[in-house]
Design a protein. Structure first.
Lengths: 201, 201
DNA sequence: ACCATAGCACTAACGGTTAGCTTTTAAAAA
DNA sequence: TTTTTAAAAGCTAACCGTTAGTGCTATGGT
């Protein structure tokens, strides 16, 4: 309840980071599947139940930092200047996220994820959730109104773009190419307007 | 090696069906999560290991028949008449699949899947695999050539359409709406051609 | 100083999944 | 036919992620 960050919360955060660091170290050392939760707990010198009180699952240990993906995507929609077009804003944000994940020192982590079906599935499931919240943000946008289906569809296309671009040979070019497609898909959902009424009803 | 379907394979198929039937019966009776693999094995009167020698996972027991989803989608691309446009063929096929899953007597099964996060994740992961094979089929199509990225993107959009339409209030209308978007996205990937050269290079 | 509570530990277990090994039984070889 | 092989199924026991139950300790509010 108090404003100052108490010692308790600092300790809790420290334990959390200790666990995450130990886990990542072991995963990169021996491979994700070869390391058990019990190994992680021992390395971090905590109990198994403590691990699960900080992380919902073994996979969540890997995506600890990556959790703000959805937040960033949402802000690309909600925090943009008035009348700034939606799709280019999303394209730029996705481009930045892709760059962050391909050029960063996150290369070994990326290789680890690609090597584990369980991790890939987890990431994809997380993306689905992000698509859901992105869809509601788009639907609430003061832009020209679209149907619920159109918003959910575009949201899904956008998160697909991230996954597709990352796997492409040239991720940056792929973002451009995919977003040309998304832009076209978004355009055809514009409610009909008279040519003399370009602002809409 | 012999041509007639040997007794062995018949018995094996019988065991498989016995297991799948028992599993579905129990799942619908008590709920998916409330039924253990050991319960299924007992109901089918087989050993637990036998269940896993026929099905890769507990979730696979539910999607036993649904495995031809990918096949049907592929045939929509490969088996269509020459010069029949690609996207409408896919739209019709997706529409048929959606209808099959919403109007059929598969309603209780659908409710069961919706109620279990594990099953929804499994289905989504399966769709990703379908998208991959669909992408290669589209890339190999004698249609106007597109980039690998464009093919993979459209494949993903198409399988998204299935998931999105099923969850929509009016699935049939949603298919139409989403495929108008997909059609537009596909159009902008057409390689540049002279207006006097409509067949392409 | 005192107490409510959050954080953590420990044990034990559950449920999906797999490994190792034996038994049955259909199919092929002799 | 008899013998051999190998697939199919069984049993036991375990691994691994995850959770419930319980209690201890230390922190923070009063």
């Amino acid at each position: 309840m108090t404003v100052p960050p108490g010692r308790r919360e600092r300790k809790k955060a420290a334990t959390r980071r200790k666990i995450a660091d130990a886990a990542l170290r072991l995963f990169l050392e021996r491979g994700y599947e070869a390391v058990g939760i019990r190994d992680v707990a021992a390395e971090a010198d905590v109990a198994v139940t403590t691990v699960f009180s900080h992380f919902a699952s073994k996979e969540a240990l890997v995506f600890e930092q990556d959790e703000d993906f959805g937040q960033r995507l949402l802000r690309a929609v909600t925090d943009r200047a008035p009348h700034e077009p939606l799709i280019p804003a999303l394209r730029d944000r996705i481009g930045a996220l892709v760059r962050h994940c391909t050029t960063d020192a996150a290369a070994p982590i990326q290789r680890m994820i690609d090597a584990s079906p369980a991790l890939r599935e987890y990431e994809e499931a997380a993306r689905l959730r992000h698509a859901e919240s992105l869809a509601t943000a788009i639907a609430a946008d003061p832009d020209r109104p679209r149907t619920t289906t159109a918003c959910r569809t575009i949201a899904r296309f956008v998160v697909d773009a991230y996954a597709l671009a990352r796997d492409a040979a040239d991720p940056e070019a792929a973002v451009e190419e995919i977003f040309r497609m998304i832009e076209a898909a978004w355009e055809v959902t514009r409610p009909a307007t008279h040519p003399t009424d370009p602002v809409g009803s």
